[in-house]
Design a protein around this ligand. Sequence first.
Ligand SMILES: Nc1ncnc2c1ncn2[C@@H]1O[C@H](COP(=O)(O)OP(=O)(O)OP(=O)(O)O)[C@@H](O)[C@H]1O
Length: 529
Amino acid sequence: MDHTNHTGTSTFPHIPTDIAWIGTFLHAFSGLGDLLKLVVFGSALAFIRQVVSAVVDYILDLFVLRATFDEREDPYDWLMLWLSKQPSWCTARNVRISTRRYGYSGISNLVPGEESHPSDPRKTVAYLPAHSETQYIRFKRAWIKILRTETMTDMENRFPLQQLQICMFSRGHDTLNDLLLEAKRTYKAEVDDRICLFVANSHNDWCLTGCRPKRSLSSIVLDKGVKENLLADARDFMASEKWYAERGIPWRRGYLLHGCPGSGKTSLIHALAGELNLPIYVISLAKRGLDDSNLNELISRLPSRSLALMEDIDAAFYRGLTREPPQPEQNTFGPPPPPDAPPPASPQGVTLSGLLGAIDGVIAQEGRILFATTNKYSALDPALTRPGRLDMHIEFELAGRWQAEELFKCFFPPTTDDESEADGDILEPLINFDKKGSIIERAASLDGQQRLAVAFADNRELCPSMTAGEVSRLAKEFADRIPEREFSMAAVQGLLMRYKTRPHLAIEEAAGWVMREREQQAETEKKLG
Ligand SMILES: Nc1ncnc2c1ncn2[C@@H]1O[C@H](COP(=O)(O)OP(=O)(O)OP(=O)(O)O)[C@@H](O)[C@H]1O
């Protein structure tokens, strides 16, 4: 075969040249092999890493349990209270100071050296681990990693949402369940003899504002049978879920307490909540920004078996409430704007139809008790007060003599059964002592103002000891000086408060107090025209 081309030169001689060129080329890039090796090795490594990480993740998923607690949910509060009792939680090195309270006193740590003040719970501060600070806590032989985080729920970073993330080695949910159970029990024990109050926060979520000691029903003096009937009715309702379901009646009950200010409406609701062990959810209809849809949302978020409280429902009626949708200038809740105020830019507020719908509409929660209070019963629309919405109406009156007598007994309970011993004390009731026990002065010899000053002295323990018989006699004497149905119970309580260690002085001063109150009332009426 002839490999000669038209130029007469053979083509084969080029082959060795090309091979040489490739050789030269390869020689020039002698690192390429290494590079290829590196690429292959790197890819293999990345692949192995991914596989290992997937396997590790898989194994971790099998053995590590992670849980997130959101501050909008109850378990967050249980856990925060429980954590507050763990030494390592309270001694975190990177702390955030907080006045938020979980349970009643659990998380609150007084600033060292500072005395607590029962009337101002905000004076106590809590040391919480800072956000993004990891804490390790031992629970039932397991180590739990806890991380507090704060995320923003809106674009403008206005609504921070706190979360707790916990992580533990555990194959099943047993340890987590145990932890939750213990946290819940701790929380329950803390709030058992207290009532928890919830209000709506800026997200329109229910938020625990605090827990206060339960008030005993016996400290509220009402006409015979009133509180007993109310308690029996509420108890019966709470136990009647099935009865309501069988008859297709929504399991809800509403109570309207109406009457003069300071007659014990709010106090009775708080005492009842304590008796029924129900948390109170306070709905403030005058709250800025609350409209029909917000109200609906709030009511739909009420937990079952709760007590919703709408106070001073009459405050909404300064312009009259209609069933129409809200207009800028009418039909809204809230205090009246000043006369020269510009009209609101957009209609806002709760309408009567919105309120009616929220109370008994389809979204209204089952198993809840609604309490509404008002000082102006006649201002309420009959649609609002009809059975099914507000089933039971209870009127509260000004203090009767019997109530004044009972209130006196609440203030000065008998301290001894021994009549002879008691008599001695009662004969000298107005002697006052300083803290060291020296006699200051015999109050009987003082004028009115001085007597008051003495009565305010910090000598509570010097309240004379009295037998039941003596207390009854004094209580009657006191009640005889209080005119029937003229003053509120709050006013009578105010009088007794002035002489909380001086029952005799309270009796002596009662007549003068009545005169002064009447004068004041006359003056106020004159001013009002
Ligand atoms: N019937 C009562 N028995 C015992 N204490 C009472 C009674 N009524 C009022 N008080 C006392 O008076 C104070 C005010 O009472 P409360 O707030 O319950 O009245 P209210 O009827 O809800 O008043 P308002 O209508 O102004 O809200 C409380 O400290 C309470 O202890």
